[in-house]
Design a binder for this molecule. Structure first.
Ligand SMILES: Nc1nc2c(c(=O)[nH]1)N[C@H]1C(S)=C(S)[C@@H](COP(=O)(O)O)O[C@H]1N2
Ligand SMILES: [Mo]
Length: 537
């Protein structure tokens, strides 16, 4: 009896959790209401201690790597899957506990018991949601919506109990006869709601995606390397990338994305204001239009990369960044002499602290509102993000809301979770291709183009060398970079030899400093080591 009751609890639990999930997803798509699994996941990842989170991320990346998956593409998908599976598991465990509780007491849950159960499960979810902050605001509406969903879930749970567990005084009653049929009907109804709800949510997501991709990016700027727009500054360079080299200018849709939440943060550009305050003489609240019109605009090709990427990572990309100099804005508000640090606060709860001296010494530092000639994409920090030359992405807040001049240093979001305080980019070089198919004959030799990128932050790359197996290091040719703050594309002609070979690459910074070759993981200050590619030809 007991096993059967718990088994029934599992089936009922799943049958109720899945449609709840679908309804939440649909409401999130249609009305922007909160998708509880994601913000629960966000709440936990923010509350857990740094080392636990870092360990979790590392474990996930190692697993994805081992499965041969591109981490840049799959990490968020994996997080979302964990969030959804975790939510369904929690709701199912709650249902089983409910069945166990009433079974053990030989009591029948009525509607009130269901409401209590809904509140027990729903209130913590709502509390976490409020703590993390929904994507769009409207906390009261969010809370009411989730309250309704979880109370309904509780009532359905109590009802399903009464339909599947016979009263203790009549163990052989009609309930038992009807149990199987009820479960089948419940399962079918659950499947129907889940499929329709999730399908509709998915369809809407796809429509939205199509609208995003089609608009905006086509005109001006550099929508792509070949299509229209202004010519690139290195257009006449004779060193052409070896076939199979990644695009020198990353298509926006392929640019890697990293953010602390499960989903990107959506900011309403019309309501948004940049607050500049703290130890300043003239605090300001500026609209995006004011930022664009009050201060000179600067354009710059920039490569950014993520500190958690391993050697050869896909967490790196290059595009055209435009915005105002942070120094110009600070001159406008007038920094108090006591202001030693600038604290940046972002709409997703991310924060970072920037050294005032760095801002004053580094005129290239930009507050960016455009990428690729158009307003920042949502995922990349609309409406405003910071760019600091020579630093990993973790030092560069997106979705900026407030800049506060302060006297005391306070570690930023990732710094307080154990990552390096400075996060200076490490020089790195990567082999993208050994293009055997593009080989050509020259002087009786068959030459195979080999190519890739090298990047040393804002310090520039002066030399790239390639070696085949244990052979000598051979100097590659460098294409002139898009700017002194982007990667360089390199190319080397390999005199073909059949067999299995390992290619290794290394680079040196502009001042001759060699790339750090010792293998080291990403924590706490970025990975180092040589990139290799094994080919059989
Ligand atoms: N507000 C905010 N800014 C942020 C982050 C974030 O999670 N929230 N992530 C940082 C990290 S770790 C990186 S690598 C870059 C990634 O920028 P991208 O997604 O545009 O490539 O944004 C940085 N800025
Ligand atoms: Mo990052």
């Amino acid at each position: 009896m007991r096993e059967q009751r718990l088994g029934t609890g599992v089936v009922v639990g799943l049958s109720l959790a899945l449609p709840v999930l679908a309804v939440l997803a649909l409401a999130a798509r249609l009305l922007g209401l909160p998708f509880a699994p994601y913000f629960l996941f966000d709440g936990f990842s923010r509350a857990l201690p740094g080392p636990v989170i870092t360990f979790g991320i590392d474990a996930m990346i190692t697993t994805l790597d081992a499965l041969g998956l591109d981490v840049a593409d799959t990490a968020k998908t994996a997080e979302r899957a964990m969030a959804v599976v975790g939510f369904v598991a929690a709701a199912t465990v709650a249902a089983v506990a409910f069945f166990a509780f009433f079974g053990a007491r030989r009591a029948r849950p009525d509607r009130v018991a269901g409401l209590v159960m809904g509140a027990l499960f729903g209130l913590p979810v709502i509390a976490v949601g409020l703590a993390v902050g929904g994507a769009g605001g409207g906390a009261a509406v969010d809370a009411v919506w989730l309250g309704v969903v979880f109370l309904a879930w509780g009532v359905l749970l109590a009802w399903a109990y009464r339909r599947t567990v016979p009263p203790p005084e009549r163990p052989g009653s009609a309930v038992v006869v009807g149990r199987r049929r009820f479960l089948v009907t419940l399962g079918a109804a659950s499947a129907a709601v889940t499929v329709v709800g999730a399908g509709l949510a998915r369809f809407l997501a796809r429509e939205e995606g199509a609208a995003d991709g089609g608009g905006g990016l086509a005109a001006g700027g550099h929508a792509s390397e070949t299509g229209g727009g202004a010519p690139f500054p290195n257009a006449g360079d004779p060193v052409m990338p070896a076939p199979g080299t990644r695009p020198e200018y990353t298509p926006l849709k392929d640019h890697y994305e990293v953010f602390i939440r499960t989903e990107p943060t959506v900011v309403d550009g019309d309501d948004w204001r940049l607050d500049v305050g703290g130890l300043v003489e003239r605090p300001r609240r500026l609209t995006l239009a004011e930022l664009r019109s009050r201060y000179p605009r600067h354009d710059r090709y920039v490569t950014i990369s993520c500190i958690s990427g391993r050697v050869g990572t896909g967490l790196i990309g290059t595009t055209l960044w435009s915005g105002l100099r942070l120094a110009d804005l600070l001159a406008d508000v007038g920094l108090d002499p006591a202001a030693r640090w600038l604290r940046f606060h972002s709409a997703d709860g991310f924060h970072e602290t920037v050294d005032r001296e760095l801002v004053e010494a580094e005129p290239r530092l930009l507050l960016c509102y455009d990428w690729d000639g158009h307003a920042l994409p949502t995922d990349h920090g609309f409406p405003l993000r910071l760019w600091i030359p020579d630093r990993y992405g973790m030092k560069q807040p997106k979705w900026i809301q407030r800049i506060e001049a302060v006297a005391e240093y306070e570690p930023g979001y990732w710094v307080s979770r154990g990552w390096d305080r400075v996060a200076r980019v490490k020089a790195t070089s990567v082999i993208d291709t050994v293009a055997v198919d593009a080989a050509r004959e020259e002087g009786g030799r068959r030459l195979v183009p080999v190519g890739g990128i090298a990047y040393a932050g804002a310090r520039g790359v002066s030399r790239v060398e390639v070696r085949v197996d244990d052979g000598p290091w051979q100097e590659a040719r460098l294409r002139s970079p898009l700017s002194d703050t982007t990667w360089v594309v390199w190319r080397w002609e390999w005199p073909f030899e059949p067999g299995e070979h390992t290619f290794t690459v290394r680079c040196a910074e502009a001042d001759g400093t060699p790339q750090v070759t010792g293998r080291k993981g990403n924590r706490p200050d970025g990975a180092s080591g040589l990139h290799r590619m094994r080919v059989e030809v």
